[in-house]
Design a protein around this ligand. Structure first.
Ligand SMILES: [Zn+2]
Length: 266
């Protein structure tokens, strides 16, 4: 005779299997049974896709005063419209970059959860924050261009986190997504551990505007979308490829960026 514990376990297992199968379409219903977890530290939280109070407090939101070109915060307010030394000495191909947060511990956990942890449900939240941080860019934009993955990496990971973020930003801002405006024609090794110069060399010629997308690019103001800006080499290579096909202006909108201290010219 089957004891009651085993019967309950079996029922729970059946429920877990069913829950797995129904997770997407019945998300709201299941949230009652499966409490949502903080995507950064995995503590239970009230809202799906929301952060716990501790992690929220640790996010380093980027606000003005920052360099109008690079979007990197100044330690002191140098006055309106001032560019950083870095932007003047080594200007990127793109016109302006904006980021929601500094790429620190919590931001890294969120990006990893989105990218590798199958937490695509984070995209609407991150996208909403990005639309807010980049509202000036989006007000002038004709289309959003997600940074593409090489097909082999896309195949291995099954989705492109930049495309997911662009879709989420588009839903808030109503700026359309030009999903195939750029193609990654060179499978570049991971940029992790490379110097700034090595990163730039690594992505040189890695992106191209396919012939079918040229009309979507020429004369248009585009916002490149990515999850993280580290050295800026990848986004710079993307901007160069789009500008070479006659794009009118390229701006950059990311969720998180590495922030080194920048100085205003004195
Ligand atoms: Zn947390």
């Amino acid at each position: 005779m089957m004891n009651s514990t085993t019967a309950i376990e079996q029922r729970n297992m059946r429920f877990a299997r069913l829950a797995g199968a129904l997770r997407k379409p019945f998300r709201l219903l299941l949230d009652v049974a499966l409490p949502p977890l903080c995507p950064a530290c995995r503590d239970p939280v009230g809202d799906a896709g929301g952060l716990c109070a501790g992690c929220w407090g640790k996010l380093g939101f980027i606000t003005r005063p920052y360099c109008e070109r690079l979007g990197i915060p100044f330690a002191y307010d140098p006055g309106p419209g001032i560019l950083s030394m870095q932007a003047i000495a080594d200007p990127p191909a793109y016109a302006r970059a904006r980021a929601v947060v500094r790429y620190d511990e919590v931001a890294r956990a969120l990006v990893h959860a989105l990218k590798y942890g199958d937490r695509l449900d984070l995209a609407p939240t991150l996208g909403r924050w990005m639309a807010s941080a980049g509202h000036e860019l989006l007000a002038e934009a004709d289309a959003l261009v997600p940074v593409p993955l090489h097909w082999r990496r896309l195949w291995a990971r099954r989705f492109n986190q930049s495309a997911a973020l662009a879709t989420a930003i588009s839903q808030v801002s109503e700026v359309p997504v030009a999903a195939s405006a750029l193609k990654r024609v060179k499978a570049t090794p991971q940029q992790v551990g490379l110097s700034r110069t090595e990163r730039a060399h690594n992505v040189q010629g890695a992106f191209r505007v396919p012939p079918a997308a040229r009309a979507e690019v020429a004369g248009r103001r585009l916002v490149l979308v990515d999850d993280v800006l580290t050295s800026g080499a990848t986004l710079d290579a993307c901007a160069r490829a789009l500008l070479a096909r006659g794009a009118a202006q390229i701006d950059v909108l990311v969720f998180a960026r590495v922030v080194d201290a920048v100085r205003a010219p004195i």
